[in-house]
Design a protein around this ligand. Structure first.
Ligand SMILES: [Zn+2]
Ligand SMILES: [Zn+2]
Length: 270
């Protein structure tokens, strides 16, 4: 499996990719060409071209959740590439409207529109994209120290509700020797996600965890998360996107933290 960071907040020195505060990863495994999130703008397309990646060959798009820093790039992708044969995997709440106060922060299409553009089957449960790639669907929230605060509002069956991001999910790669977990923003809680990934895949060994962990403040949640990650003896931790410098610095003191930036790639042997 080869994963290329197409969109991230950061860029790396001497690598002339563009950055933006969003997420998009390109995953090649066997016959599968999977785009995990799409970033916010056309940066996805520009960085893919620079990396020599042909998004015309995509087989799947997986969306971690509906927020526009993960989904708005779909608009630019759809203008450039025919997605009618691409399977799109996302929780049904991904395409509900989402607001931060008055500001719209949701996906650029509703579920009827996305079903016309791609092969979309709403997926609230676990779904195997292939033998080795697993979409986790809705994440059970068992830990008492995370995923307790809603972000903005959404509209469910005509009623305005606080948005608990039920759509927030993750993708897991499993190769028989362990799992590699790929997250968007971890609104459902990075420890909840790891717990569920281990349960679904029946694996204890974690090759790596990559993505936004939604850890910004110095808090007991941060300390408990770091203790959890340490106890799981993860080979490599790639915190990015919505992880503050302070949170990364605290992690770096006790965890095998790796740098993340647009254009970088990670390979896991099969
Ligand atoms: Zn988000
Ligand atoms: Zn985000």
């Amino acid at each position: 499996m080869k994963l290329t960071i197409l969109v991230d907040n950061h860029t790396l020195i001497d690598e002339y990719y563009l950055g933006e505060p969003g997420v998009s990863y390109y995953i090649e495994d066997g016959e599968n060409r999977v785009l995990f999130d799409t970033g916010y703008s056309e940066v996805l397309l520009l960085n893919a071209r620079r990396a020599g990646i042909h998004l015309e060959d995509l087989t799947h798009i997986v969306l971690s959740h509906g927020h526009n820093d993960h989904t708005n790039g779909l608009r630019f992708l759809q203008e450039t590439i025919d997605l009618s044969r691409v399977t799109l995997c996302a929780h049904p709440h991904c395409f509900l409207p989402k607001y931060d106060g008055e500001e719209f922060i949701g996906a650029p299409y509703n579920s009827a529109e996305i079903a016309r553009i791609t092969r979309y089957t709403p997926t609230s449960g676990v779904r195997h994209l292939s033998e080795r790639l697993v979409f986790l669907g809705e994440i059970p929230r068992g830990n008492d120290f995370e995923a307790r605060t809603p972000i903005g509002t959404t509209i469910v069956e005509g009623r305005v509700e606080a948005d608990t991001l039920r759509d927030d999910s993750a993708l897991v790669y499993q190769n028989g020797e362990g799992i590699f977990i790929i997250t968007g923003c971890s609104h459902s809680g990075i420890c909840n996600i790891i717990d569920y990934a281990k349960k679904v895949c029946g694996e204890e060994h974690i090759h790596g965890v990559l993505g936004g962990f939604h850890l910004l403040e110095d808090s007991s949640q941060l300390d408990q998360t770091i203790a959890y990650l340490k106890a799981n003896r993860i080979d490599a931790v790639y915190p990015c996107h919505c992880v503050s410098l302070l949170a990364k610095a605290k992690m770096l003191a006790v965890l095998p933290v790796q740098e993340v930036g647009a254009g970088m790639f990670i390979e896991i042997n099969t």
